[in-house]
Design a protein around this ligand. Structure first.
Ligand code: 13P
Length: 267
């Protein structure tokens, strides 16, 4: 595992994916508590970004709170349509999210790939839609338990990455965030070891360098996600290639998420 040095100028990113939890009233309370707890934690704001990713129906409430109270937090969405505004019932256009002040959008989460049959092709179209609306995609990739047991996890994840980014050149992908989330570690309490996360983050960065050049590879942030908690985050983000975490369950409580952020930054 490569240890972080002060040379890395990639800002640590701690993003809380609430999934389908918290209605808009609960969202207001959760973000308020998070903001208070972060203030108490006295995080060095130049060293990290903290992001909440609530359900669509909460975003307007989160925006009002963040802008009204001038909170330092950023927020985003859990999915986006690949289509431009028009006749697509139930879809949410990227430009709508930009108008709501979203900075980030999660794309290709394994739960959407499984529940909504999202293919790499659809994921690539969503990445394109997000980038054209100036949203930063958090592109999720990662293998199943079977692939891990068969030791095909690196090849599988890198193929998924390439196919989910098919048709882009390096300049289009500036600012992209990639989240490595092994499916078997999501919501199971089963965390990949820091060495597993480091292995895949290094493999992803090497593949980005091969495809898009060193500049793009070095500036892309790679997160780990899967049962990250306050007591394991520091070890995971200590690796030079791991630039933060995409957190599910442990981001639902404001104080818990703030404690996690503090533990990550302390490293
Ligand atoms: P958990 O942290 O609950 O395992 O969820 C991880 C995840 O899927 C974040 O996107």
């Amino acid at each position: 595992m490569r240890k972080k040095t002060n040379m890395s100028d990639r800002t640590l990113l701690l993003a809380g994916n609430w999934k389908m939890n918290h209605d808009h009233l609960e969202a207001i309370s959760s973000v308020q508590k998070l903001a208070w707890a972060l203030e108490d934690a006295k995080l060095d704001e130049s060293r990290c970004e903290v992001v909440v990713i609530p359900p669509f129906t909460d975003i307007r409430s989160v925006q009002t709170l963040v802008q009204g109270d001038k909170l330092w937090l950023k927020y985003g969405a859990q999915d986006v349509s690949q289509h431009a505004p028009g006749a697509h019932t139930g879809e949410i256009a990227a430009t709508f999210l930009t108008r709501l002040g979203c900075s980030y959008v999660v794309i290709g989460h394994s739960e959407r790939r499984a529940d909504n049959h999202e293919t790499n092709e659809v994921v690539a179209a969503k990445v394109r839609a997000a980038l054209s609306a100036e949203l930063t995609p958090i592109l999720c990739v990662g293998e199943s338990l079977q692939q891990r047991q068969e030791k095909t996890h690196v090849d599988f994840t890198l193929d998924q990455l390439e196919e989910s980014l098919a048709g882009f050149d390096a300049s289009a992908l500036e600012g992209l965030v990639i989240a490595y989330e092994p499916v078997w570690a999501i919501g199971t309490g089963e965390t990949a070891t820091a060495a597993d996360a480091a292995e895949m983050a290094a493999a992803i960065r090497a593949r980005l360098a091969e495809k898009y050049g060193n500049g793009m590879a070095e500036s892309t942030r790679i997160l780990y996600g899967g049962s990250v908690k306050a007591d394991n985050v520091a070890e995971i983000v200590a690796d030079a290639d791991v630039d933060g975490a995409l957190v599910g369950g442990a981001s639902l409580s404001g104080p818990d998420f703030a404690a996690l952020c503090k533990a990550a930054v302390a490293k």
